[in-house]
Design a protein around this ligand. Sequence first.
Ligand code: SF4
Length: 219
Amino acid sequence: METETETEAARGQAQEGAGESAPVPAQEIFITVSDALEYLFCPRFIFFERCLMIPEHQEKRYKVLKGRELHEVREKVNRDYVRKKLNCTKKEISVYLTSHKYHFKGEVDEVLFLEDGTAAPLDYKYAEFKNTIYKTHKFQAALYGILIMEHFGVDVKRGFVCYTRSNNYVAEIDFRQKDYEKAKEIVREILMIIQRGYFPDGTKQKARCVDCTYRNICL
Ligand code: SF4
């Protein structure tokens, strides 16, 4: 489960720039799905955190929100009820998966095995559904889909996000091949920033810079 605000839906284009670090063999590096969420908020977070090793205070906020989310889910969500609506024949809860092929890992709230023989990630959000699937939710689900396919050897054609602040509304995301390609590209770009010290463009949504930890060294 990941937390975020509505504005966490943008990403910039990574480009070569400042910072030289010794390349590390790709096989020794694994990023997390949380790294991908940070990258989607602003690609420079990865550079400051992982290349310059400057911690981001938002992490603290993230943990607080995550704790709230967990509490909310445990206390209020009838998970069986949510799953029943999805024609699921079997499920696994809190599944920690690693992609050795693409070098990332993450914990999926639930892996659902569906009647049509495919599987799907189900993620719980302490958030309202605002009639749209944010890019962050979509690519997070797609990354989980990649992890599930690699680990369980089944097709993943869709993902689900349960919005606990909208009466547990479950939104379905139909994955296309291009979604998976984009998700893999995000992982590749993050690995490139970490391995080669690329200084990526910052977010195009400048409102995010206002209370950013890195504002003084970034702009
Ligand atoms: S100041 Fe803006 S561009 Fe720089 S890291 Fe923060 S959010 Fe990104």
